[in-house]
Design a protein around this ligand. Structure first.
Ligand code: GLC
Length: 533
């Protein structure tokens, strides 16, 4: 039995336990200064929209000074703002304005690595092997007589080896440093006290500025296996976790880092920690959510489940099972800036959109914390970008064999009938926008009752107000093949999904909202979900 997060029936409900959190990929949300890249003032200018949509909190992706080798996940200074996105004054204004709109603000924290332009790494390069300065990162001698082979066979998540050799201060080829991601993202050594002290300083810096929490990047990555062992090729996953444990991730030492984060954040009431945890084993996953660690963990099962009732149900049950061991709220995610958009993943075109809408209703009916990635509420697809537009390091690092994540990061279309659809006042956008998106803009969808945006708004409104959503448990009805229906025990509100190819009868109840029109006889068509009360 693991220690549990909920302190019993008298514990007050925490704001995040059933919150709708909206992920803003800052580069792609709204551009206020006409340079074609979204920024903090752009986010602030759209808070009215987010309030109308009905979100409780924003998670904004990293906006720290960065050479942008991985679009901000390579942090050169964790306690400032990159001029591309604004400055500290713009950040403070965003915090204040979000709070005026009743929206909390969660920011991204990147403890696993820094940028190679971080002062520490530059100092490490200019210091001798074995020096304390070098020891803030993971430097090792290579294999072979001349040390010309990497210290082990680990691949980088983005392709190529996870090691890069440096030139020593005296001009000779020398040690190698570890980077689980791009070479511009050297991994920190979490055995070094400076690394701990600096993260604590960073936490307090932003907590004192009023942020409501942190999303912890690669929360399963900071502790490396003892001795950095060479491993069989199938011991490595890619960014999407896969179902195999990955030898580089999820080592027990990582929990000490989370305990430190929690002890700091406990001094600031009502702030939340949510971890990016690509760990598929329910028990291993649950450990991150023990009462002295993170409050929430991203569970990514729904981003990979096939559109089949049994598989979706299993994903939901696993997610619930994992958190129930420790009494933490479940979280639900259909997409983010790293994975394909649901419309595309579930078949593309009309079919993909239909299924994405159905899956959204299934998700929005579940107990727990929901993360909506910007553009998901518009039913945006991932975009087939031309080779020359690709910017994700994955494209180059994989020798042009993996296209990377740009397809899921195309800027949000706000209004008008041609690119840039109101995203910027400038002449370019950092990734090209399709010229077929006029029907997908916020403007076009706001007044259209059948739009995906209206589906989200309406569902969120019902979720907020309907007593049938009270309670943290789920029970399942018997249902025809390829279908399921669930409700909270004792509730009359039922969510039903049909992933089969035939129309099926519905459980009793009046339809409150459906992802597509019901059949004329009131039955549930294929690729459709409905809430009944
Ligand atoms: C996380 C981020 C991803 C980034 C990686 C390295 O997985 O979500 O975008 O590339 O960490 O920081």
């Amino acid at each position: 039995m693991q220690p549990s997060q909920s302190g019993g029936p008298s514990t007050p409900r925490l704001w995040w336990s059933d919150a709708i959190c909206y992920q803003v990929y800052i580069r792609s949300f709204a551009d206020s200064d006409a340079d074609g890249v979204g920024d903090l003032d752009g986010v602030r200018s759209r808070l009215g929209y987010l309030e109308l949509l009905g979100v409780d909190a924003l998670w904004i992706t990293p906006c720290y000074p960065s050479p942008m080798a991985d679009h901000g996940y390579d942090v050169a200074d964790p306690r400032d703002i990159d001029p591309l996105f604004g400055d500290l004054a713009a950040f403070d204004s965003l915090v204040a304005a979000s709070h005026e709109h009743g929206i909390r603000l969660i920011i991204d924290l990147v403890p696993n690595h820094t940028s190679d332009q971080h002062e520490w790494f530059q100092t490490a390069l200019n210091s001798a092997p074995g020096s304390p300065e070098r020891d803030r990162y993971i430097f090792r001698y290579g294999q072979g007589d001349d040390g010309a082979a990497p210290p082990n066979n680990w691949p980088s998540q983005f392709g190529g080896p996870a090691w890069t050799r440096v030139t020593e201060p005296h001009g000779q080829p020398g040690q190698w440093y570890l980077h689980l991601f791009a070479p511009e993202q050297p991994d920190l050594n979490w055995s070094h006290p400076d690394v701990w002290a600096d993260l604590e300083k960073t936490l307090r810096f932003w907590l004192d500025r009023g942020v409501d929490g942190f999303r912890i990047d690669v929360a399963h990555g900071m502790a490396k296996p003892h001795g950095l062992p060479t491993a069989p090729p199938d011991a490595f996953g890619l960014l999407d976790g896969g179902s195999q444990p990955d030898v580089r991730f999820d080592h027990d030492g990582v929990h000490e880092v989370h305990r430190m984060l929690r002890s700091v954040i406990n001094e600031y009431p009502d702030r939340v920690l949510v971890g990016e945890i690509w760990v598929s084993d329910d028990d291993r996953f649950s450990r991150y959510l023990r009462s002295d660690e993170l409050h929430l963990g991203f569970n990514f099962r729904l981003t990979t489940a096939k559109f089949e009732a049994d598989e979706i149900r299993a994903s939901i049950e696993h997610s619930l099972e994992a958190v129930s061991r420790v009494g933490a709220p479940p979280t639900w995610t259909l997409s983010n800036h790293d994975v394909a958009r649901p419309v595309t993943r579930l078949g593309g075109g009309e079919l993909g959109l239909r299924r994405a809408r159905a899956l959204a209703l299934v998700e929005l009916g579940l107990p727990g914390t929901i993360f909506v990635y910007n553009g998901e509420e518009l039913g945006l697809p991932s975009v087939d970008l031309p080779d020359e537009a690709l910017q994700d390091p994955v494209w180059e690092r994989s020798g042009h064999t993996r296209r990377g994540r740009d397809a899921h990061r195309v800027p949000v279309p706000w209004e008008g009938s041609a690119p840039d659809y109101g995203f910027t006042d400038g002449n370019t956008t950092w990734l090209p926008m399709p010229d077929t998106w006029q029907g997908l803009t916020v403007e076009a969808q706001l007044e259209d009752a059948r739009s995906t945006l209206s589906l989200y708004r309406h569902a969120l409104e019902i979720r907020r107000g309907h007593p049938g959503f009270a309670g943290d448990e789920l029970e399942w009805y018997g249902a025809p093949d390829g279908c399921f229906a669930y409700r909270r025990p004792g509730s009359t509100l039922v969510c039903a999904l049909n992933t089969s190819s035939v129309t099926v009868p519905l459980p009793p109840g009046d339809p409150l909202i459906a992802s597509a029109p019901l059949a004329e006889d009131g039955q549930l068509p294929p690729d459709t979900a409905v809430w009944l009360a």
